[in-house]
Design a protein around this ligand. Sequence first.
Ligand SMILES: O=C(O)CCC(=O)C(=O)O
Length: 286
Amino acid sequence: MAFVDRPIERVAHLSPDVFARDYYRKKPVVITELAKDWPAVNKWTPEYFKQIAGDQQVPLYDGSKADYTKVVNQPDRWMRFADYLDLIEREPTDWRIFAFNVLKSVPAVTSDYHNPSLTTGFLNDFPMLFFGGAGSRVFLHYDIDLPHLFHTHFHGRKRVLLFAPESSPRLYRLPFSIFSHEDMKADAPDFDRWPALRGLTRYETEMEHGDTLYMPTGWWHHMTYLTGSYSLTLRALDTNWLRKAHSVYNVLIMRNLDNLGRKLWGPEWFAYKERTAIARSNALVA
Ligand SMILES: O=C(O)CCC(=O)C(=O)O
């Protein structure tokens, strides 16, 4: 058996009541008109980004596995933003910009979108932009601070795969981390090598310009950019205090333990994490 694939629901609008009743913490949904009135929908062209921030150096990531000589999320290289935008327009490439803080990098664009009125607790200091070239992939992960995510896509298409938090024990999660084992390809895994994946429900959608995907707290996501394009993620913390405490533990303690392990034990730390991820998930289906 492979995955059980299910399409992510699509709706044009949602009222706060229906969102709270049917989706909040429960399941993902694409809201096609949530961003309809945002200036960003027409304004955020590559030319516009070049005008306002073309000369900035931006941090880039490729599709290679994490490197123990680096701290978590350290970029693989830097490039002039305008050159990067030209690159993703021109040709397929693995290079991506991951979690580029809009407020710090391009504050002019913060008036081009609004927090959705579907929930509260938005982290206004952390609106994040993501860019990718055609064919680039984002490894399966969930967000370390466990927010609810409103992810709006621009200028092209992106394939999104999601797994519910209940699937976590069978997703080969690396200890002290929010990533799956990086050899496991969530888009086309070898089920003989990763048997715990068999039968898991995988939610799928293809995002178009202007679509907003709601991902509840703790949902795993894997992205494949089908064309050079970009997205904005707005993040809202869960209203539950236990969930908030878990988020603080992940950011302040778990991440630093991982960085310490990398520093002290380097490759052995990575090998231990990979071995443990495989042993734990496989034990569930032995
Ligand atoms: O689409 C991407 O490049 C990554 C998005 C992501 O991981 C997020 O919004 O948390």
